[in-house]
Design a protein around this ligand. Structure first.
Ligand code: ADP
Length: 298
């Protein structure tokens, strides 16, 4: 028997190399059940990590446990407990919304009547009941993404991986999807999402981890991460208000004066303003500077 309450994810020294290009380089990460966001610049290895955790890609070295199981050697058991949606959409455009859910239900071994009733319940739950007989290929981007997430829930997974779930959606559809993801969490389903939107990580995740140079360089709540940047950030603007440069400071008068002197030398005509750090500042601080020391609960 598996331990009844293993960590959601437990990774030690994970390595993955494509050819001679190391993507994950001794990554450590332990996550309790809950909603987590993985942030990293483009090419950081987020999708690679999600593929390893969801059994789609074997890793090279280190140890990986998802819900207490090894994705390499306990693949089938783990596949029955997780779902993956996002960039690898499972939805078949030629089938209707309901047919898609019924087909996936059957693939997961549900009898036909149960697959249908579960499919109908999920369509209702995601506000897609009116589109049950609409071909998936003709749904709007936001509706299709919701159908994709609903499809991932057919098997009642304990952990849902969402790889950039709202990329390409307009603001309204993104917010609707956030609500659905929030509901998932309230129902006790754990979520690991990757996102390029810091606002999204802040809105959805209890814990945010930042992936950079093949490792987790920081982790914690949004507030804990903001504390890493320190007291205040100087924004340097051009005449149109476009931010030319963001300069983190410790918040002391001496540091502010030094940063302003630097800005004045570089942009003598620009204006400057002082802000509380945002998650964007944290992200820049962690991913543009040389690797920062690992922060709280990384
Ligand atoms: P992210 O999701 O953070 O954008 P990825 O995991 O997709 O990052 O990619 C990480 C790095 O690995 C990138 O430099 C990418 O070009 C490279 N990469 C991803 N998949 C492959 C592959 N199948 N073969 C070779 N290189 C790859």
């Amino acid at each position: 028997m598996t331990d009844p309450s293993p960590p959601l994810i437990e990774i030690h020294g994970l390595t993955k190399t494509y050819g001679s290009h190391p993507v994950l380089d001794g990554l450590d990460l332990t996550l309790p059940p809950g909603v987590h966001a993985l942030l990293g610049p483009n090419g950081a290895g987020k999708t690679t990590l999600i593929k390893i955790l969801s059994t789609l890609l074997p890793h090279d070295g280190g140890s990986v446990r998802v819900l207490g199981l090894d994705p390499r050697h306990e693949r089938r058991r783990l596949q029955g407990m997780i779902s993956l949606t996002g960039q690898f959409a499972a939805v078949d455009g030629a089938l209707t919304s309901l047919e898609n859910l019924e087909m996936l239900g059957r693939l997961f071994g549900l009898p036909a009547a149960s697959a249908r009733s579960r499919g109908l319940a999920l369509l209702e739950r995601f506000g897609l009941a009116d589109s049950r007989d609409t071909r998936a290929s003709t749904l709007s981007g936001g509706m299709r993404r919701k159908l994709d997430i609903a499809a991932g829930l057919i098997s009642r997974p304990r952990l849902v991986f969402l790889d950039e779930p709202t990329t390409g959606l307009d603001t309204r559809s993104r917010r609707v999807l956030w609500e659905e993801i929030g509901t998932l969490a309230a129902e006790g389903t754990s979520v690991l999402l990757t996102t390029q939107y810091l606002e999204e990580a802040d809105a959805l995740a209890e814990q945010i981890h930042v992936l950079h140079d093949g490792r987790i360089v920081a982790g914690g709540t949004a507030e804990e991460l903001k504390e890493l940047v320190g007291g205040a950030v100087v924004h340097v603007h051009d005449a149109d208000g476009t931010v030319l440069e963001e300069l983190p400071t410790t918040g002391t008068t001496a540091d502010l004066a030094a940063r302003l002197a630097h800005a004045a030398a570089r942009w003598p005509e620009a204006t400057a303003s002082v802000h509380r750090p945002t998650l964007d500042d944290v992200f820049l601080h962690l991913t543009e500077a040389p690797r920062a020391p690992v922060a709280a609960r990384a």
